[in-house]
Write a new protein. Structure first.
Length: 204
């Protein structure tokens, strides 16, 4: 008789699957409408497995938001950078702005979720620390992307990367929330113009 040995999944793999499931649940149901049990069921694990990797729903949201930022926001910036490097018939800032306007604001719910999360944790010092850590991480991710951008496109020599990253994140967040709430208030042409104005202050 042949015996089979069940291979226990790596903790890192379990965490990744839980974060992916959490991202899907939060984006579909919102922060308040998502439970740890729903995330566990979607990931195919028990609630105990979720709690053994994350302290609770706030920590789970922070991890999912961080993963989204690393992929979507920084990824969109990288795509915009590639678009600017490939275009020769217009200024790099305008080419990047067009790519950002087309890719960042297409109905993503995450900026609104971040606002919801911020309101929930505002009066909870322990949970507020999660928000602070999340925002610092987001800024660090974009600072790194800007530093890499300097290898392809010339940045202003006196550019403060943290200030530039914070400004870009603020633009993405604010414009995304406005666009999701009322698209007619933020038409693509206006969004592109705003991004171009900001990027012209970053690129040499």
């Amino acid at each position: 008789m042949t015996s089979t040995t069940r291979v226990r999944p790596l903790r890192s793999d379990v965490r990744e699957q839980i974060v992916v499931a959490a991202g899907a649940e939060f984006s579909e149901r919102g922060y308040a409408g998502t439970s740890v049990a729903q995330v566990a069921a979607r990931a195919g694990f028990t609630k105990g497995a979720v709690y053994s990797n994350f302290g609770g729903k706030p920590e789970l949201f922070a991890a999912a938001m961080q993963a989204y930022s690393a992929g979507a926001v920084v990824g969109a910036f990288a795509d915009a950078l590639g678009a600017a490097a490939a275009v020769t018939d217009q200024p790099p800032a305008r080419a990047m702005a067009r790519a950002l306007a087309e890719n960042v604001l297409l109905g993503e719910r995450w900026p609104t979720l971040l606002s919801e999360f911020r309101a929930v944790v505002a009066d909870e010092p322990v949970l507020r620390a999660l928000y602070v850590e999340l925002r610092v991480t987001q800024r660090a991710q974009l600072v790194d992307a800007l530093r890499r951008a300097g290898e392809q496109l010339a940045l202003r020599p006196d550019l403060d990367l943290e200030v530039a990253a914070t400004l870009l994140l603020t633009c993405v967040h604010g414009l995304s929330v406005e666009r999701l709430a009322a698209p007619e208030v933020m038409p693509t042409a206006l969004v592109e113009g705003l991004f171009a104005h900001v990027l012209e202050g970053i690129l040499a």
